[in-house]
Design a binder for this molecule. Structure first.
Ligand SMILES: Nc1ncnc2c1ncn2[C@@H]1O[C@H](COP(=O)(O)OP(=O)(O)OP(=O)(O)O)[C@@H](O)[C@H]1O
Length: 252
């Protein structure tokens, strides 16, 4: 089976700081890959490169055999959806409207674009009462979705981000620390949704520091360290690897 997603030789420096020195990574269709690494290892940078928010200095990224290029919205049209480590939502809009935006505008790169796109999407006839919104919200355990985003907890904002990404019916779903700040029921909802996406033959790239949750959720793991993928394999292989354990978990 050919990978749905492939990154080859991805390099990135911010001025004099070299963050990625040649990242090679793939995700198969129907697979959840957990990407881990210490704080500052470059995980979010890698996601920003995949999703077109920041350019790589070198490297190639393919989704379904097509080279990923162009703006975040253009990449969304190819089937890419993501969440952000810091939720990027329109706080003066309802949860329902924020979720609905995923269907009409796709991938969003920052708060300003979110607000703009949200306005355009809604003015452009983005439907906010479609059954899919209720279904996804309920799957994630999100209640009362007509509340304004500015009135809800941080954990609920995270769930809205996940819901918005799911509304895109992505081929590759990229989640940047989706569990942080989310309670037990939200966590279960996210895991259920991720597995549903995986079981439909799509691919999931899941970044999180919660190793216990990852071990229970992913099919394969990869460690980003010193700008490269240094360990990659099944959960059992990674957990048995001394570098993985010492770098990530802090035990040798
Ligand atoms: N726009 C930027 N300009 C300059 N340096 C940046 C920029 N974005 C990130 N960095 C730096 O790049 C390095 C990697 O950051 P990044 O956020 O990608 O790491 P991370 O693995 O996601 O970390 P964490 O787990 O803490 O979220 C860090 O040293 C960070 O300070």
């Amino acid at each position: 089976m050919s990978p749905l997603f492939t990154a080859s030789g991805v390099k990135k420096s911010y001025g004099g700081l070299t963050v990625l020195r040649g990242v090679d990574l793939h995700v198969e269709p129907g697979e959840i890959l957990g990407l881990v690494g210490a704080n500052g290892a470059g995980k979010s940078t890698f996601v920003d490169i995949i999703t077109g928010i920041t350019p790589a200095n070198e490297g190639e990224i393919l989704l379904g055999g097509t080279r990923l290029a162009g703006s975040p919205s253009q990449r969304a049209k190819l089937g890419l959806a993501r969440t952000f480590q810091h939720p990027q939502l329109a706080f003066e809009m309802s949860l329902r409207e924020n979720i609905a935006v995923g269907r009409s505008t796709g991938l969003l790169s920052n708060w300003t674009r979110t607000v703009t796109a949200a306005g355009q999407g809604l003015l452009g006839g983005c439907r906010v009462n479609v059954p899919a919104i209720e279904k996804i919200a309920s799957e994630l355990g999100l209640k009362n979705i007509d509340r304004l985003a500015q009135k809800v907890s941080f954990g609920e904002l995270r769930l809205v981000e996940v819901a918005r990404a799911l509304m895109q019916s992505p081929r590759l779903l990229v989640l940047d620390e989706p569990f942080s700040g989310v309670g037990d029921s939200g966590t279960s909802g996210i895991i259920f949704a991720i597995k549903r996406v995986r079981d439909s033959g799509c691919a999931v790239l899941l970044i999180d520091h919660n190793i216990d949750l990852l071990v229970d959720t992913v099919d394969r793991m990869a460690l980003l360290s010193q700008g490269r993928i240094t360990v990659e394999g099944s959960v059992a292989e990674c957990m048995g690897n001394a570098e993985f354990r010492s770098t990530y978990i802090g035990v040798g």
